[in-house]
Ligand binder design. Structure first.
Ligand code: BG6
Length: 484
């Protein structure tokens, strides 16, 4: 299996925040991988822009060090490094002032695709948009890429959308949710809409409930200040988990095209019911033997945000009325494991004795690690012991089924950056989608703030607070074990 590389046009990609963490960890290594895969045309350039006083030579050395530290550089030839670095330029620039913009304009003065990546704090988004416009860099053909968090509530997201749209059309704005760039997340659409098998059963008549779990082992150390202002609801649910929910619940779009897909996702968000107080559990991790607790990690004794959240959502439409969606995400949990489990209903009638046992089909889509799909199928327990039923998995690990190259799939950022250059917005969030997601999230957050609910505690390395287990138990259901 050889993965296909679709050529892209020549481009100038300007990274604002070029010396920051995201640039070092994700954007530059992703570009380098695309370069090594032969997808970055010879005339393409990456232009770093930041306040730091580098010249191009100094920035190239910086990039080399970042690639060594965060990139996948084993086996890369020195000549490839050199060739990639030659495509990199740098300009010292002030997002809030005049410095550097003339130089940037001069660098970008050529007839290629221009993309401006806002890899900076949200407080600078508006300044950058304004200055791009002022300095004649916001031409019709250019694109801007905006990182999350996209606002912190509906009001701020609306204001940000309005500010960006003063200078750019919606078709030029690429709001990144890196979950949409993950291979397996796109596989959700392939599995649902590329197979006849599942879609006829994909509704509340056949599906008992759906579970979405995004579990992490890391804590919030190092980004405590941001995190405690956000909490898991704003950091993960409003965006990444919402996107997973949309892809799993949406109606089939007529075509795999940006607005057709985004229209369907929007309808899902708009059909979400408010979440009742007893359908939600928040938690904060405690200190472990060698790990600090949440409050210590964020450096705030009174830290009030959640590092874990579990909730039950209802989608009020014909397809899903009566099928709850249970979602949970948290830090410092027992494993790093993300999956979506579609739990089918019992057969309407069992022809077997009660002794045979009863089982349900579960379709599990493993997002990470060990990406793959598993379908639990009920069969007879082998042997002469009568008719007893057991569950066996039809288990497909993508790495095993598709060969070693499957494990070498592009990182989410590689795909998304190349989509920006190609001008394909399918995997980016539209303004109304982001606003609708905040519209659902805001009252939930306001609810716990008004009630003064504090997060419960949970032990590091656990599955979250005990009450999160009860959220399902009270409905006669149970979470799947968090395992990698
Ligand atoms: C980020 C969140 O958007 O996604 C982080 O801000 C989280 O808190 C991360 O750890 C998870 O991404 P991934 O790709 O590691 O699942």
């Amino acid at each position: 299996m050889v993965s296909r590389t679709i050529p892209v046009e020549e481009f100038d990609l300007v990274i604002f925040g070029a010396t920051g963490d995201l640039a070092q960890r994700k954007i530059l290594p992703s570009l380098f991988r695309r370069f090594c895969a032969g997808q970055m045309p010879e005339g393409a350039r990456v232009i770093g822009a930041a306040r730091s006083e580098h010249d191009t030579k100094g920035y190239r050395a910086f990039v080399r060090a970042a690639l060594k530290e965060h990139g996948d550089t084993a086996g890369v030839k020195p000549a490839d490094f050199t060739a990639f670095l030659e495509q990199i330029e740098y300009v010292t620039l002030d997002a809030k002032g005049a410095a550097g913009w003339k130089e940037l304009k001069a660098l970008c003065d050529r007839d290629v695709v221009h993309a401006f990546y806002f890899s900076v704090g949200p407080s600078l988004f508006e300044d950058l948009a304004k200055r791009l416009h002022k300095h004649g860099l916001a031409g019709e053909e250019c694109r801007i890429v905006v990182e999350k968090p996209f606002g912190r509530d509906l009001e701020s997201a609306r204001a940000l959308n309005a500010a960006l749209r003063t200078h750019f059309d919606e078709g030029q704005i690429y709001r990144i949710d890196h979950y949409l760039g993950k291979e397996t997340v796109q596989n959700l659409m392939a599995v649902r809409f590329g197979n006849m098998l599942f879609e006829p059963l994909w509704n509340s008549q056949y599906i008992d409930h759906i579970q979405i779990t995004v579990a992490e082992t890391v804590g919030v150390a190092g980004r405590g200040e941001y995190y405690d202002r956000a909490g898991a609801m704003r950091d993960m649910v409003q965006n990444h988990i919402m996107q997973l929910l949309c892809l799993i619940a949406m109606e089939p779009p007529a075509r795999f095209e940006p607005d057709a897909v985004r229209d369907e996702k929007l309808k899902v968000i708009r059909a979400l019911e408010p979440v009742a107080p007893d359908e939600l559990v928040r938690g904060q991790y405690e200190a472990g033997d060698d790990t600090p607790g949440y409050a210590e990690d964020v450096g705030e004794a009174e830290a009030s945000s959640e590092s874990f959240i579990a909730l039950k959502a209802h989608i009020s439409n014909w397809r899903w009325a009566g099928t709850p969606f249970y979602m949970r995400t948290g830090k410092r949990l027992k494993e790093r494991a993300s999956e979506i489990a579609v739990v089918f209903k019992d057969t309407p009638h069992s022809i077997f004795d009660e002794d045979a046992g009863r089982h349900r089909n579960i379709l599990t889509i493993r997002l990470q690690p060990n990406e793959g799909i598993e379908l639990g199928v009920t069969i007879k327990e082998p042997g002469p012991g009568g008719m007893r039923l057991i569950d066996v998995p039809l288990d497909m690990s993508f790495a095993e089924a598709l060969g070693p190259e499957a494990g070498d799939v592009a990182d989410a950022y590689e795909r998304l950056i190349m989509d920006v250059i190609r001008g394909n917005q399918t995997l980016f969030m539209r303004d109304d989608e982001v606003e609708a997601a905040w519209g659902w999230t805001d009252p939930i957050i306001a609810g716990w703030q008004e009630r003064g609910d504090a997060p419960l505690t949970y032990a590091p390395g656990s599955s979250g607070p005990h009450d999160a287990l009860m959220l399902m138990h009270q409905d006669g259901r149970r979470w799947r074990e968090i395992k990698a």
